[in-house]
Design a protein around this ligand. Structure first.
Ligand SMILES: [Zn+2]
Length: 309
């Protein structure tokens, strides 16, 4: 099996992207893995700090590594938006394949400083592992952990919003104003100064789904940033974006795409229907089966677009 870095490189060479899907529990994990297996494509499982707390940092790591080994399928684990060095370190030590050190809420100098701290720690761990120095639960431990960081504000919550949050400036078409997007110059300087492996820029995207008017991605800006840096680009907040727009973003050079809200809605809606239709069912593996199917359907649809299938 290739490493995550090699799969990302492969995605860049083939003009495809790797799907990144968040989970809060094992049912969603199984739905995502089923879709990835069906299409025979690599996939990244994401867990935010809250999702990590709910499942357990070491537990989710063991689950994903166990699936990767037993199924012999490229399933990787990312510590999504991590706001402190302590939690970055915790995820790296637990055997995550990648971490996102997110300091986009601070000024750029502080962001660079905190990002470098995470990159430095990942480097030390990678060197130690390369020399056979893995401690503790080493089964299926990655040889290398990758670090992603973010510049520009793309919101924080994976939920359904009525409107774009008031602090984000919009242009006359209801899209995120150019002044709020990451520039190619800032992106390349940030990658150079921090040494990160992947970059999440602000390119018209926003976490969550905006009910009244989903802002459009700035595809031109994606192309400009791709041309300015060697770091693979990650699109966050893809929920609510149409499949044509997703395909255009991947075509422009996006290498990884994050979905959370759409999976949460599919899971919740299927569970609600299941409980309504079978009010006497008490076996969780029965009343949750349709949620696993619903997650699988959403993930399969997105993976097909990202992998040009
Ligand atoms: Zn995100």
């Amino acid at each position: 099996m290739k490493t995550l870095r090699q799969y990302i490189q492969q995605a860049r060479e083939t003009g495809t992207a790797i799907g990144h899907f968040n989970i809060s529990n094992i049912e969603a994990l199984n739905g995502i893995v089923r879709a990835a297996q069906k299409l025979n494509v690599p996939v990244v499982i994401g867990v935010s700090e809250g999702e990590r707390d709910f499942i357990g940092v070491h537990q989710v790591s063991a689950l994903v590594r166990s699936l990767r080994q037993k199924l012999n399928h490229p399933i990787f684990l990312n510590a999504d938006h991590t706001y402190s060095f302590e939690r970055v370190k915790e995820a790296i030590d637990a055997g995550f394949d990648m971490v996102i050190t997110d300091h986009a809420g601070t000024d750029i100098q502080e962001n660079i400083k905190l990002t470098r701290q995470a990159v430095q720690y990942a480097k030390e761990v990678n060197e130690k592992r390369a020399n056979g120095g893995v401690m503790g639960d080493s089964i299926g431990m990655p040889n290398e952990v990758l670090v992603e960081a973010e510049i520009g504000y793309i919101g924080k919550s994976s939920k359904v919003l009525d409107n774009v949050p008031a602090e984000i400036p919009l242009d006359e078409n209801g899209n995120i104003a150019l002044s709020a997007l990451t520039t190619a110059e800032d992106a390349s300087a940030f990658v150079r100064e921090t040494g990160i492996d992947l970059l999440a820029p602000a390119i018209g995207n926003l976490h969550g789904i905006v009910k009244n008017a989903q802002p459009k991605l700035n595809i031109g800006r994606i192309s400009e940033i791709v041309a300015s840096t060697d770091a693979p680009l990650v699109l966050h907040g893809a929920s609510g974006i149409g499949n044509d727009e997703l395909a255009a973003a991947v075509e422009a050079g996006i290498s990884m795409v994050h979905y959370n809200t759409e999976i949460r809605i599919a899971y919740r809606d299927a569970l609600r229907d299941s409980l309504t239709q079978n009010p006497n069912e008490v076996a969780p593996y029965k009343f949750l089966a349709s949620s696993v199917d619903a997650v699988e359907r959403v993930v399969e649809e997105k993976l097909r677009v990202m992998n040009k299938m």
